[in-house]
Design a protein around this ligand. Sequence first.
Ligand code: DHB
Length: 389
Amino acid sequence: IRTRVAIVGAGPAGLILSHLLADAGIESVVIDQRSRAEIETTIRAGILEQGTVDLLTAIDPGTRVHTVGQRHDGIELRFQGEGHRIDFPGLVGRSVWLYPQHEALKDLLALRLSQGQDLRFGATAVRVEGVDTATPQVSGTDADGAEFVIDAEFVVGADGSRSVVRQAVAGSSRDGHFREYPFAWFGILCEAPPSAHELIYSNSDDGFALISQRSPEVQRMYFQCDPDADPNALSEAEIWETLQRRVPGTTLTEGRIFQRDVLRFRSFVAHELRHGRAALVGDAAHTVPPTGAKGMNLAVADVIILARALEALLVRNDERLIDAYAETALRRIWKAQHFSWWMTSMLHVAPGTSDFDRLRQIGELRSVVESEAGRTFLAEAYTGWPVES
Ligand code: DHB
């Protein structure tokens, strides 16, 4: 297989990149080890920044983000049983959209396939070689077990936190800046009407809970749990009791729980985002804890920066933007790392927290919600900073 850019991973990053490259007249091949059905049904993030929605709309005026998705003009921070609304348009003139990632992926897959994108499911990348030459290669195994080799001019790792491309870029697949957290999220999907019309991020003495939504009939909720928790160990009644206790002041509308999972928390930034003719985007380059919903949005921002750099390199033979890719992307990545860490540490109650730290945390939450500067800082980050040029 011969192409100009080999993209490993058909998540939001890989698919959007293939689109932006096609717009610039650059041909690519996208491979993913998963099946199309698996990509379209795996439950992931739910919140899109204004800039992400603007991009999805520009590349696909038919995107269902405006019909199936819902605009949210604020969130509520709750602590000591009281809610405090952060009004996004009033503070920063922007909003966010609740639109599940797998719905965005259905739109993007249909769009790319209708435009003739070479997109191969069930194709596993095994090795990336030659990134120090002008003709890097990706080799692997396709859905039928047959071996393939892609000869390209550039290789992009959009292949998630267990990236295969990372090895060729960062030297080792684990080389990076790390932080672990002493808690995780227990997530559920349930059949019930919404319990609130906006998201509630609730800090309570028992720990954190997040009340999110998916649709008028399906709701997504999370509560802080032990990282080693077994998602099947709790009864439905125990799950509801935990959630209710952590959102004092609101009575949640209960319903049948049809999915449960435990999401581990980790902050990670690879030491290198680009080496020769290979680069990393999205979760292959970095991971953020979920609080604040930065993961997918950060992947989209990486892709915008990389697409410009690849256009300069492959159309105009200008290496300046690709040489600056890592530094440019890292400015936003570290802001998002800080925001995700800050929202996490401000809202969760770490096991063994001292009285001092618990009371300091309430002081921190008050200093955000009682100050326009504090609310504006949160709203700017949550709705998304402008993409670096
Ligand atoms: C959701 C996930 C998040 O991490 C977040 O901050 C907000 C919402 C969600 O899955 O709905």
